[in-house]
Design a protein around this ligand. Structure first.
Ligand code: HEC
Ligand code: HEC
Length: 333
């Protein structure tokens, strides 16, 4: 009798696991039929200049969409580096993504796509092929219409570079997380404004940058490392960043070092409070990267305008202070 029950349970488990595997295999790559945003690119030089500032500055596209670790280091340091894609973007146990080629090459770059396909990617996190991306990787869905138009107009104006990029490689766990975790679902209802707050030292401009352009909020709010969902108080820090061994070795650092983001709310124990004046704050940003393995895009952020840096300072100081000691910023597990 006991044997029969054990056998029955084993069969049930096998059916459940088998069903789960089949479900994941059928669902992880499903495509979404979302509408193309009604936006038009422009060839106007002021629009293109605005896009250039965003791509190489606050929106930091230029730090990811390059071809190798050496290029990432060069781009962060401000050396002209084509956005031809190909750099591996490891997601730990989930698999590895490769940054696509953003130059207008008609075979391997965005020359293959309509404006609508590119705008939809930015607004809904749905790739031109229709499959969902990891929305938190590029949380630009509420970037204002005029800024998004400027960004894509600038991309269209770059010199094309032919560079075939490998497709993403997902592990089974990655496929399962993609199937079930909300950050892998498209953004159905973005709420972008038609225009961005003007580039002036205002709280409103600072909030716009921190949330929708520079993603300060994404890294400085603690997230669950297996699903990337936010689990902590906004801007109170504590997110853990897994080491990227190849990158660490390339800059001469210990490949086992993890990093943690600090608290940037105006609490006396936060990293924000280290800066007594807006001048000190701007000086810190102008210096750029200090910790070689920091995941923060210091290079592009160091090239933000005075007004934008001042706006961020004002905005962060307008937040409620959160008492959150995050501990060592560099650590080993
Ligand atoms: C943190 C790194 C990172 C940043 C910053 C980033 N991207 Fe991406 N981007 C990626 C990765 C990785 C993918 C591939 C996603 C996937 O495989 O689902 C991607 C995909 C894309 C795609 C889809 C292209 C295709 O062929 O499917 C476009 C378009 C794009 N990014 C544009 C941008 C723009 C414009 C910016 C700046 C406003 C930007 N990205 C910032 C990493 C980044
Ligand atoms: C990709 C993740 C990421 C993004 C995006 C990011 N940060 Fe950070 N930030 C970190 C990490 C990790 C550290 C700790 C390592 C370091 O100091 O570089 C840090 C450090 C800091 C510090 C402390 C600097 C110091 O010298 O002590 C400040 C201030 C800061 N970030 C503000 C910001 C602001 C403002 C933004 C948006 C413009 C931002 N961060 C965007 C991850 C990020």
């Amino acid at each position: 009798m006991a044997k029969k029950i054990t056998f029955g349970i084993l069969i049930l488990l096998a059916v459940l696991i088998g069903g789960f595997v089949i479900y994941v295999q059928l669902s992880w790559n499903k495509t979404y039929d979302l509408p193309y945003p009604d936006l038009q690119v422009s060839t106007d030089s002021t629009v293109i200049e605005r896009g250039r500032y965003l791509v190489h500055g606050p929106a930091h596209c230029s730090n990811c969409h390059v071809s190798s670790i050496e290029d990432m280091i060069a781009a962060d340091a401000g050396k002209p580096t084509p956005l031809k894609g190909g750099a591996a973007f490891p997601l730990g146990e989930l698999g590895v993504l490769y940054t696509p080629n953003l130059t207008p090459d008609p075979k391997t770059g965005i020359g293959r796509y309509t404006d609508g396909q590119i705008f939809r990617m930015m607004r809904h996190a749905v790739r031109p092929s229709g499959i969902a991306s990891l929305s938190l990787l590029m949380p630009f869905w509420n970037m204002a219409d005029e800024d998004l138009v400027a960004v894509v107009s600038y991309l269209r104006s770059m010199s094309p570079v032919e560079n075939e990029v490998p497709p993403a490689a997902w592990t089974f766990m990655g496929k399962a997380v993609r199937t079930f975790a909300p950050p892998f679902r498209p953004i159905l209802h973005p709420t972008p404004a038609p225009t961005a707050p003007p580039m002036e030292a205002t709280i409103q401009r600072g909030e716009y940058l921190a949330r929708y352009v520079a993603n300060c909020v994404g890294c400085h709010t603690q997230f669950d490392p297996s699903t990337f969902e936010a689990i902590g108080a906004e801007y109170a820090g504590g997110s853990e960043f897994e080491p990227y061994p190849e990158f660490h070795l390339a800059v001469g650092e210990d490949p086992e070092l993890w990093m943690r983001s600090p608290n940037i709310t105006p609490h006396p124990n936060s990293a924000l409070s280290k800066f007594k004046t807006v001048e000190e704050w701007k000086e810190r940003f102008r210096k750029g990267r200090q910790i070689k393995i920091s995941p923060m895009h210091w290079g592009p952020f160091s090239r933000m305008s005075d007004q934008d840096l001042e706006a961020l300072y004002l905005y962060l100081h307008s937040l409620d202070p959160v008492d959150h000691e995050v501990g060592e910023l560099m650590f080993k597990k």
